[in-house]
Write a new protein. Structure first.
Length: 495
């Protein structure tokens, strides 16, 4: 591989030897950080505008830079821009292309700026938009779960502990449990967005600049609430990436748990759920097979996202202040983790929306699992028997019925009443699944009215999440200026 021309290495002043080809390849990050091109240009527009307003950048050069960036933006969007590894990264590719296009004025753009604070900015800009998109996607997923829960608010099903049938709940109650986990995931992202809402631009390489820049103006142009408090920390901090990826890892775990249930519930052994063909694949050998591959992939990709988080933590753990080249390794796991989580969210949402619950199988499983044993024990307690005694009596009864391959419904309420010394009406009421659910009429319980109440609360939270996400999805003033939309910022007199 030929060594890059000195003009392509914008830092090459004073270098006499060419970069070793393998070092050049390792050093170059443009293969993956070109993804930050839009954020890089937005940051450059804000920086140039501030320099112009501070009388550091002449008006004519500012206008040339702005028009040059707009032209490069169009080239990248249309696929005509050629990314060059010799120019190392997204920042130098864009700056060199700007120099090729407008000449000497491009050399003024990097005044009072380093790639250290530049990449710190680009990552924050990219991350806040991606997190806003994921919050919006989570809101859509929660809405799907809530709508399905409302439709299945009174569909009884087995609730499980230790994957053993435990007590009756409803399909709606079960779906809303997953919705609660998703709402927590969204809250974590919004909390992370609050902490990343600081602008690092102006920190320079590590110690700021001697030039009279206005950091608050740059922050305003970029839509940040405030500026970073310490220039060393500004370029060294990657906490926001770790927080986002930790949220992604936990979010992927939540999806994995749901994916596992879809795999189980769609199996012949359960038969609770029928997955749409759009989310299954066939066997190359066995013609009868429909495999739940989408759910299995969601389950499997959780490990990948967790691995991305660990990779970043390990890369950061021994770094002294401020910037170190190791930090180049933050981007690939960041992009992969959030892309993977986003895709898993979307496919899980669509998969659960298209699935069909099988009511007959759900009801049949309730009787086979003795799920109303606790209700019988509660009936004995209501008759004055201590709970531990009642628990023991019902446990012996269930063991006897199980040994004789019988169920509560096969034996019937009359025989059960005689065995337990209860009135037959009390036993009949205790073994009515619908009444059993209605007896659990407390906030957070599986009573259909409580499920529908939780649905309304979840849908209210969906609206709040969408409103919160919009803050991070709206174009900032610098982006509007780059795209020539909205009112232009007032111009200072040409120097």
């Amino acid at each position: 591989m030929p060594a890059p021309a000195a003009s392509d290495r914008l830092w090459s002043g004073g270098y006499e030897e060419a970069t070793h080809p393998l070092v050049q390849s390792m050093n170059a990050s443009v293969r993956y950080d070109q993804r930050l091109w839009r954020q890089d240009m937005i940051g450059s527009v804000a920086h140039a505008t501030m320099l112009r307003d501070q009388a550091i950048l002449p008006q004519a050069d500012y206008q040339a830079i702005l028009e040059g960036l707009r032209a490069i933006y169009a080239d990248v969007e249309s696929g005509q821009f050629v990314w060059q590894e010799a120019r190392e990264d997204v920042h130098m590719n864009i700056e060199a292309a700007l120099r090729d296009r407008i000449g000497a004025p491009a050399g003024r753009l990097h005044t009072a700026r380093s790639r250290n604070d530049q990449v710190a900015l680009d990552e924050r800009l990219w991350l806040r938009q991606r997190l806003g998109e994921i919050v919006e996607l989570i809101a859509s997923f929660v809405e799907t779960l809530a709508r399905l829960a409302d439709l299945h608010a009174d569909w009884p099903m087995c609730g499980y502990t230790h994957l053993q049938r435990a007590q009756p709940v409803t399909v709606g109650h079960h779906l809303l449990a997953h919705a609660q986990a998703q709402l927590r995931d969204a809250d974590r992202l919004l909390d992370a967005c609050r902490r990343l809402d600081v602008c690092p631009l102006g920190a320079g390489a590590l110690a700021g600049t001697t030039l009279p820049i206005d950091r608050e103006k740059t922050a305003h142009l970029l839509g940040f609430s405030k500026i970073t408090a310490n220039s060393l920390d500004a370029v060294a901090d990657r906490d926001h990436l770790v927080e986002a990826m930790a949220a992604a890892a936990l979010g992927a775990v939540h999806l994995s748990r749901l994916g596992e249930e879809i795999v189980l519930f769609a199996s012949s052994e359960f038969g609770y759920l029928r997955i749409s063909d759009a989310f299954t694949t066939g066997s190359s050998l066995m013609p009868q097979k429909k495999n739940p591959d989408a759910a299995e992939l969601v389950r499997g990709k959780a490990g990948r996202v967790i691995g991305d988080l660990v990779a970043l933590l390990v890369a950061l753990k021994g770094l002294p202040l401020a910037y170190n080249k190791d930090m180049q390794e933050d981007k690939e796991p960041l992009f992969d983790a959030l892309d993977t989580w986003r895709d898993c969210l979307a496919v899980t949402r669509d998969m659960i929306a298209a699935a069909r619950w099988q009511k007959a199988s759900l009801i049949e499983a309730l009787d086979r699992g003795f799920l109303l044993a606790t209700d019988l024990a509660d009936a004995l307690v209501a008759a004055g028997i201590p709970f531990r005694t009642a628990h023991e009596q019902v446990a012996h009864l269930v063991a006897q019925l199980h040994a004789n391959q019988q169920t509560f419904s096969k034996v019937g309420p009359q025989a059960l009443a005689e065995k337990l010394g209860l009135d037959v009406g009390v036993v009949r009421k205790a073994l009515d699944v619908k009444q059993a659910l209605r007896r659990r009429d407390l906030p957070g319980g599986p009573h259909p009215s409580q499920v529908r109440r939780e649905v309304r609360q979840a849908l209210k939270r969906v609206g709040q999440l969408r409103q919160a996400a919009q803050r991070w999805l709206q174009p900032c003033p610098a982006e509007q200026l780059l795209l020539a939309t909205g009112a232009k910022l007032p111009e200072t007199a040409a120097l």
